[in-house]
Design a protein around this ligand. Structure first.
Ligand SMILES: NC(=O)c1ccc[n+]([C@@H]2O[C@H](COP(=O)([O-])OP(=O)(O)OC[C@H]3O[C@@H](n4cnc5c(N)ncnc54)[C@H](OP(=O)(O)O)[C@@H]3O)[C@@H](O)[C@H]2O)c1
Length: 242
């Protein structure tokens, strides 16, 4: 299993899929892990993991579309550690998926997808900026914005997933903006495509297991340099076109 040098980490959407796997793979290598999700009461697997790592994992309710919930998470980390050195903005939604195409795009769906996949992560990084700066003082800090290759503008040729593609392109821009703001403080912000992964979102035909995807991403995080800040990378380290 991969390990990462972070001491204090936070993962959003930690109750299932890739987020749950991030928690699994970080659990034995960090001092404090705030595993956040929308409904902790229903997060059975995550709660089991937290119970088996009582000194490390804490589960907290966090919907990234709710600024007051983001503030509560900031207060929790401030109180517990006063610093954060790994923020994984993982939580996301697909919207209408393949059926979300030109001719059928609905305002409500698109707005909700943008809010969840781009606005939420941007507000998260903004709200945690001071704690990330504090975390960076020891050995740098990292923000991983989980994006998608579907957010690559230069590779897009149409099809479905309109709201999702637009939201991940927006998240990619937010990543560049966050990276520019934080790079002098040694906080490296990257946009990372996890690959096509077998989760509720990726479906059962996807190429990768969550274990393969997350261990790849952790390996990439471990090897990031200051020059990588603001890059768009895949789970295997490949640099992707914007
Ligand atoms: N799987 C793939 O092939 C693939 C490919 C490219 C990118 N991605 C990206 O990888 C990330 C994780 O996806 P996944 O495959 O693990 O999907 P998933 O199994 O559908 O899980 C999505 C997670 O996001 C959470 N979430 C949704 N809305 C949220 C909100 N408003 N606030 C906080 N959390 C929220 C969900 O929580 P609930 O359980 O409460 O709904 C769930 O924990 C997403 O950003 C996705 O776009 C996935």
């Amino acid at each position: 299993m991969s390990s990462v040098s972070a001491s204090h980490a936070l993962v959003t959407g930690a109750n299932r899929g890739l987020g749950l796997e991030w928690v699994r793979q970080l659990a034995d290598s960090v001092e404090f892990l705030l595993a956040t999700c929308r409904r902790p009461g229903a997060a059975e697997e995550l709660n089991r993991l937290a119970t088996s790592h009582p000194d490390t994992i804490e589960v907290l309710s966090l919907d990234v579309t709710e600024p007051s919930a983001i503030e509560s998470a900031v207060e929790r980390v401030q109180h517990q550690t006063g610093a954060l050195d790994l923020l994984v903005n993982n939580g996301g939604i697909s919207g209408g998926g393949t059926g979300d195409r030109f001719g059928t795009v609905e305002a409500e769906t698109m707005t909700q997808v943008l809010r969840t996949n781009a606005v939420g992560p941007h507000l998260m990084t903004q709200a945690f900026a001071d704690l990330l700066r504090a975390g960076a003082q020891a050995d740098g800090a990292t923000v991983v914005n989980i994006t998608s290759q579907l957010g690559s503008i230069s590779r897009t040729s149409g099809g479905g997933w309109h709201s999702y593609k637009a939201s991940k392109a927006a998240l990619n821009m937010c990543t560049r903006l966050q990276a520019a703001e934080l790079k002098d403080d040694d906080v490296k912000v990257v946009a990372m495509h996890p690959g096509w992964v077998r989760t509720d979102m990726g479906g059962s035909n996807a190429r990768l297991s969550t274990e393969e995807s997350v261990s790849g991403m952790i390996e990439v995080v471990k090897n990031l340099t200051r020059e990588d800040a603001g890059c768009f990378l895949a789970y295997d380290g490949e640099e992707l076109p914007w």
